[in-house]
Design a protein around this ligand. Structure first.
Ligand SMILES: [Zn+2]
Length: 465
């Protein structure tokens, strides 16, 4: 199909300005970009989109999300796409994301080979890449106690699994230290060093938030410095937005100047979400956050949308350890400070179980654009788009994505900044945003006027180091 997009404003990441240019797409690629007369050979376009007054951006790249579990139990009969087992990436698509990175925070929801095979067989709402998760590997080698370190035999087995997974094109290794507090520093070093070259990426969910934030970031920088692998610090907002964001960002900045390749991602909310049974909620967490149990919102029946008190929290933690809950414990001003930092990308940390979860999975990218760019002017538009497109593309070595140039993959999002709004809330966490007019994946229209037309245009993208 040939598709022509005219009159739109396109971000130029060299000048950090918008430019009015037309785009022609053929066979999944951008074949022409310009403001002059269209070359005659390309004139017989099949479909034209008039993007007057709209922004035409490279499709958003979500460097940090949590994929779906591909099993029949996850199928939610209320989903508009019946018997559809894609959840997280379906909502990503509706917010303008065209490429997602799964397997973050140490967690894969199934083996990488199953994950990849399913996408290669059926396609996916978006293009998908994945990390291999350390906590998943610990489980795979039989470590049940999250409070102990792996022994040398177990480390050996995990190293073998890492080697076996390289052929699936993993981005690198992800760590979820807070979820398995027993993880030893040397264990992470030994596993990272299994990766055959320094082009692989490490990502990590820190060891401890709030008053533990700076030490935790220090540990991740040390891991990167010692092993030589680049480090992507996960959702720095939920690590440091309790009074230590400035110290955390300064620490990263100093080390970057010193040659350590460390960056971070962040989602634009003052609440995090995770499983209530996880070690995140171990003894002492409420003191650390300086909040009480009413900061916790339950998200699943029979307790959906109920705030906790101490007794309810303890009861649900014991009876429903796998319930995703939201914790309203962060300072938004510090979250904004993080998103503004030049080495921080926008990443949703999308986490859904069926249709329950945190609204960030359906609202992150539009929310940054509407709330922090249009409404409060905390960020300029083009630098904000860089954090969603060219920045993460470069980090992930996606040489054909993240910019609008001839020869690049035709992954695009067309949106109306004036109309844009994230609508997902904690009570309705999957509501699609307003203002997304088109999402184009691999040259085809996936979303038109906020409606999903095609849900399987995405491919599995092996890491191209
Ligand atoms: Zn995490």
């Amino acid at each position: 199909m040939t598709l022509k997009i005219i009159n739109g404003s396109i971000p130029n990441f060299n000048t950090m300005a918008l430019e009015k240019k037309d785009i022609i797409i053929q066979n999944g690629k951008i074949v022409w970009v310009g403001s002059d007369e269209v070359p005659p050979v390309l004139k017989d376009t099949v479909e034209t989109i008039d993007a007057k007054g709209k922004i035409v951006s490279p499709g958003f790249i979500d460097i940090h999300m949590h994929e779906e579990t591909f099993d029949t139990e996850s199928v939610n009969p209320l989903n508009t796409l019946k018997a559809d087992d894609y959840f997280a990436s379906y909502y990503e698509l509706k917010m303008g994301v065209t490429t997602c990175v799964a397997g973050n925070c140490g967690n894969n929801r199934q083996s990488v080979s199953e994950f990849k095979a399913k996408i290669e067989r059926e396609g996916a709402p978006v293009n998908y890449m994945t990390f291999l998760g350390h906590n998943y590997l610990r489980q795979a080698v039989g470590i049940e106690d999250r409070y102990r370190a792996a022994n040398s035999q177990e480390i050996g087995k995990m190293q073998t699994l890492i080697q076996e997974n390289l052929r699936h094109g993993i981005v690198g290794l992800s760590f979820g230290i807070e979820y398995s507090p027993g993880i030893a520093f040397d264990e992470m070093v030994a596993l990272a060093n299994t990766l055959p070259d320094k082009a692989y990426l490490l990502s990590a969910h820190f060891r401890k938030d709030a008053d533990g934030a700076v030490d935790s970031i220090e540990e991740l920088i040390k891991l990167s410095r010692l092993t030589g692998y680049p480090m992507q610090i996960s959702h720095i907002g939920s690590c440091s937005a309790y009074g230590s964001m400035k110290a955390s960002l300064d620490l990263i900045e100093r080390n970057r100047q010193d040659g350590v390749d460390v960056m971070a991602d962040c989602y634009p909310y003052d609440a995090f979400a995770t499983y209530i049974g996880s070690a995140v909620f171990d003894e002492g967490c409420f003191e650390r956050w300086n909040r009480d149990h009413t900061a916790i919102l339950l998200t699943e029946d029979p307790y959906k949308n109920i705030r906790c008190d101490e007794a309810l929290f303890n009861r649900v933690r014991a009876s429903h350890p796998n319930m995703i809950v939201a914790a309203f414990v962060m300072n938004e001003a510090e979250v904004i400070e993080a998103i503004k930092a030049p080495f921080v990308f926008v990443g949703s940390d999308s986490l859904y179980k069926r249709d329950q979860g945190h609204p960030r999975g359906a609202g992150t990218f539009p929310r940054v654009l509407s709330k922090y760019v249009r409404a409060s002017h905390a960020l300029d538009l083009v630098p904000a788009l860089w954090k969603m497109t060219a920045g993460p593309a470069e980090r992930l070595k996606l040489k054909n994505k993240g910019v609008i140039e001839i020869g690049k993959d035709a992954d695009l999002v067309i949106f109306d900044l004036d109309q844009m709004d994230d609508l997902a809330t904690f009570s309705e966490p999957t509501l699609a945003p307003k203002g997304i007019e088109y999402v184009i994946i691999n040259g085809e229209i996936a979303v038109k006027a906020n409606t999903v037309l095609k849900n399987r245009l995405g491919q599995y993208v092996p890491y191209n180091k």
